[in-house]
Design a binder for this molecule. Structure first.
Ligand code: PMP
Length: 288
C-alpha cells in the first residue's frame, strides 16, 4: 500500500512523521474518514467542506486548496488500485517544539491513507447492536466544539472503554445536560410514531455525513425527520433505533441499557433505510 505523506506517495513502511509533530504530541489536527464505493467517493465534497470547517475552527490553515485535496484523495485510491475502500485524510498542526504553541509549528502535515475497509461484523447488522450509556459525557461545546472532527478522540475513546467494561460493543454518550448526544463514533436515530428523531448538532454530535444522507433518504421515503433533544427514556421506548457513520453505514440498535428496543430485532424502517443508503452509495459520488 502507498500512503501520501507531506508531498509524496511512499510505501506504507516508509510513511512516517516526526515525533515533534503536534498531531502526535497534542492531538492537534483534524481529519476525515471517507468511503469509496465501486470507484466512486461518497460525499467527497461534504467531507472536504467539513475538513475545512474543522481546520478553521481550530485556527489551522489547510496546506492545500479544496481542488488539490480532492485530487489527492482520488489519486490515493488510484495508486492503490482500489475500487472499494476507506480513506483517511489527516491534517496535523505540523512539526513544532515541546511547547503547546501552534504558531511555532512549521507547515501543517498532510497524510492520505487509502485502504480496504474492516467492516463491522455481519452479526451486528443481522442481530443488531447493544448500547450502554456511559459515565463519560460528550465534551461540551464550551470546552471543545464536538462539531470539530479533531485528532483528539480521547473523549470518545474513554466512552468506548467504558462500554466494553460494561460488556457492550458501543457507547451511548449524553451531554452535560443529560440529553442524548451520540455514540462514540456514530450518530444516533430513533423511530417513534412514524417519525424519525435525532439529536440536534448543538446537543453534542458531529454533523455526520451519513446522518445527513439518512435524513435526505428518510424525507424522500415520506418519513418525517425531527431534530430535537432526546433523553435516555426516549431511546428506551423507541420502536426502532439505529446508528449511522461512514464505516458503519446504518447499523440497527436492539438493546440500550439492558432494555429491549422495539421487538428486540432490527426494525423494518432501519432495513429499508440501510438498503436505500447502499443503493445510493454505489450509484453516486465522485468518480476516481
Ligand atoms: N460522531 C462521531 C464522534 C464520529 O467520529 C463520526 C465519524 N466516525 C460520526 C459521528 C459519524 O459521522 P460520519 O457519518 O460523517 O462518518
Amino acid at each position: 500500500m502507498k500512503v501520501y505523506v507531506n508531498g509524496a506517495f511512499v510505501e506504507q513502511e516508509d510513511a512516517k512523521i516526526s515525533v515533534f509533530d503536534h498531531g502526535l504530541l497534542y492531538g492537534d489536527g483534524v481529519f476525515e474518514g471517507i468511503r469509496l464505493y465501486s470507484g466512486n467517493i461518497f460525499k467527497l465534497e461534504e467531507h472536504l467542506i467539513r475538513l475545512e470547517r474543522s481546520a478553521h475552527a481550530i485556527a489551522l490553515e489547510l496546506p492545500a486548496a479544496r481542488g488539490e485535496l480532492r485530487e489527492l484523495v482520488c489519486e490515493a485510491c488510484r495508486v492503490n488500485g482500489l475500487t472499494d475502500g476507506y480513506i483517511r485524510l489527516v491534517v496535523t498542526r505540523g512539526v513544532g517544539s515541546l511547547g503547546l504553541a501552534p504558531w511555532e509549528c512549521g507547515e501543517p502535515g498532510l497524510i492520505v491513507i487509502a485502504d480496504t475497509i474492516a467492516l463491522y461484523p455481519e452479526q451486528f447488522y443481522t442481530e443488531g447492536l447493544r448500547l450502554v450509556t456511559v459515565p463519560t459525557r460528550r465534551v461540551g461545546a464550551a470546552a471543545l466544539p464536538p462539531m470539530v472532527k479533531s485528532l483528539n478522540y480521547l473523549n470518545n475513546i474513554l466512552a468506548k472503554i467504558e462500554a466494553r467494561q460494561a460488556g457492550c460493543p458501543e457507547a451511548l454518550l449524553l451531554n452535560d445536560e443529560g440529553k442524548v448526544a451520540e455514540c462514540s463514533g456514530d450518530n444516533l436515530f430513533l423511530l417513534q410514531g412514524g417519525q424519525l428523531f435525532t439529536p440536534p448538532i448543538g446537543a453534542g454530535s458531529l454533523r455526520g455525513i451519513t446522518r445527513g444522507a439518512v435524513m435526505d433518504i428518510a424525507e424522500e421515503m415520506g418519513l418525517p425527520v425531527r431534530e430535537c433533544d432526546l433523553t435516555r427514556y426516549d431511546v428506551w421506548v423507541a420502536e426502532e433505533c439505529f446508528a449511522t457513520g461512514t464505516a458503519a453505514e446504518v447499523i440497527p440498535v436492539v438493546e440500550v441499557d439492558g432494555r429491549r428496543i422495539g421487538t428486540g430485532r432490527p426494525g423494518q424502517w432501519t432495513h429499508r433505510i440501510l438498503e436505500k443508503f447502499q443503493e445510493r452509495a454505489v450509484s453516486e459520488g465522485t468518480r476516481i
